[in-house]
Design a protein around this ligand. Structure first.
Ligand code: 5AD
Length: 366
C-alpha cells in the first residue's frame, strides 16, 4: 500500500491530503485517483449518466469578466436572443429524446423585462411538459426577490459558479467595480440555497495565478457550503479577452486537463451523493474529454440543444465542441459514447441530486 492508498481509503480528506492529491503525480498515481473517484460514484449512484439539455438562449451580458468571450466589452461578439418559441422547440426536442430537464443559460441581465420573460418561459415549459420536467437556471447574480419569483414560477435548480473561492484570485480575473464583487456572488449563492433550489456552483481550473492550494480550498468551499451539484471545468483562453494576455502563465493543455479530471475525482471522493457535470470545456482541450470526466466520477452530461445558428455566438472560450453539429446528430451518438465507457444513460429520470434529498430530509427532523 502506498501513501496515496492510505489517503484515498482513509479518513475524511484534510486540506493537506487534497493538496497532495492535486499536486503533480506520476501516471499510475493519477489513474489511481481517477479510479477511486469512479468507484465512489459507482457505489453511490450506479453506472448511470443523467442528461440535461443545455439551452443558451441569449448572450447579452452586463458583466465584463476578464476571461469570458461574451463579456459586454467584447464588441466582436455578435449578440442574439432566442424567441420563446425557439426555446420551447428545444424543450420539445429534449422531451422527444427522453431528456426530462433543461438548463436555461444566458448572459447576465437583470432588467424587469428579462425577469418577467424568464418567469413566463419557466411557466410555459412546466405547462407543455405537464409539470413532468426539471428546469435549472444559470442566469447569474439576481436579487433575492428574483430568485424567489423564478422558484415560484417552477424552476427547481440554480447554478451559479463561484469561479474561484479565493477572493484575491476573484479580484484578479474580474474588473474592479461594483458589478463584480466576490462578496456579492457569495451572498447570491447563499440566497439561492435559502430560496430552496437544488444549489449548484463550480470553479474554473487552471486559471492564471491559480495555485493547487487555491483549488484545494475550492473543493473545501464546495463541501462547506453543502452544495448539491457542481459544474467545474478547465479554464480555456479566449483571444478577445483581457486574460488572454496571461496565456504564457497557463499549464500546458494536457496538464490542465488532467488537473480538471482529478478535481472531479477528488470532489467525488469528498461528496459521494452530489451531482457533478462533466463540463463541455473538457472537450475543448481533449477529444472525448467529457467521457474522461464521467470516468473520474462525474454523473451528469449536458448536451447542447441551442440551435446551431446561435451556438457560434455563445463562445465563452475557444475551441468550443460541437459548434456546428446538429443537435439530433449529437443526441444520436450519445448512447454509443456513453455505453462505450460502460455507463448507461438514465433516460426519463430527473436525476435529482441525492445529496439534496438527504439534506432536505435531515432538515425536516431538525
Ligand atoms: N474558460 C472556461 N470556462 C469559462 N466560463 C466563462 N469563460 C470561460 C473560459 N474562458 C465559464 C464560467 C461561467 C460559465 C457559464 O462558463 O465558469 O460561470
Amino acid at each position: 500500500m502506498n501513501d496515496l492508498s492510505e489517503i484515498l481509503n482513509g479518513r475524511e480528506l484534510s486540506r493537506q491530503d487534497i493538496v497532495r492529491l492535486l499536486s503533480p503525480l506520476n501516471k499510475r498515481e493519477h489513474c489511481q485517483i481517477l479510479e477511486k473517484g469512479y468507484e465512489v460514484k459507482e457505489n453511490a449512484i450506479g453506472r448511470k449518466t443523467y442528461l440535461r439539455g443545455l439551452i443558451e438562449f441569449s448572450n447579452f451580458c452586463r458583466k465584463d469578466c476578464l476571461y469570458c468571450g461574451i463579456r459586454c466589452g467584447n464588441i466582436k461578439a455578435g449578440r442574439y436572443s432566442m424567441s420563446d418559441d425557439e426555446i420551447l422547440q428545444c424543450v420539445e426536442l429534449a422531451s422527444r429524446n427522453r431528456i426530462n430537464g433543461v438548463v436555461l443559460q444566458s448572459g447576465e441581465m437583470v432588467n424587469s423585462y428579462f425577469i418577467k420573460r424568464v418567469s413566463s418561459i419557466i411557466k410555459r415549459i412546466r405547462k407543455v411538459t405537464n409539470d413532468e420536467f426539471r428546469v435549472t437556471l444559470s442566469l447569474g447574480e439576481q436579487s433575492p426577490e428574483t430568485y424567489r419569483e423564478w422558484f415560484d414560477a417552477g424552476a427547481q435548480r440554480y447554478l451559479l459558479r463561484i469561479e474561484t473561492s479565493s477572493e484575491e484570485l476573484y479580484r484578479r480575473i474580474h474588473p474592479d467595480d461594483e458589478l463584480h464583487r466576490y462578496e456579492l456572488r457569495l451572498k447570491c449563492l447563499e440566497k439561492i440555497k435559502e430560496t430552496g433550489y437544488q444549489t449548484g456552483t463550480g470553479v474554473m481550473i487552471g486559471l492564471p495565478f491559480q495555485t493547487v492550494e487555491n483549488l484545494a480550498d475550492d473543493l473545501l468551499f464546495i463541501k462547506r457550503m453543502d452544495i448539491d451539484m457542481v459544474g467545474m471545468g478547465p479554464y480555456v483562453e479566449h483571444f478577445d479577452t483581457p486574460l488572454y494576455g496571461y496565456k504564457d502563465l497557463l499549464l500546458p493543455i494536457m496538464d490542465r486537463f488532467d488537473l480538471s479530471v482529478r478535481m472531479i475525482a477528488v470532489l467525488r471522493i469528498m461528496m459521494p451523493f452530489i451531482n457533478i457535470a462533466s463540463a463541455a470545456a473538457l472537450e475543448a482541450l481533449v477529444p472525448m474529454g467529457r467521457e474522461f470526466g464521467l470516468k473520474a466520477g462525474a454523473n451528469v452530461l449536458m448536451p447542447n440543444l441551442t440551435p446551431v445558428i446561435y451556438r457560434k455566438q455563445y463562445l465563452l472560450y475557444e475551441n468550443k465542441p460541437y459548434i456546428d453539429i446538429e443537435t439530433e446528430e449529437v443526441l444520436e451518438s450519445l448512447d454509443r459514447r456513453i455505453n462505450m465507457i460502460g455507463e448507461e444513460i438514465a433516460y426519463d429520470d430527473y436525476g435529482d441530486s441525492k445529496h439534496f434529498r438527504m439534506r432536505k430530509h435531515i432538515k425536516q427532523y431538525q
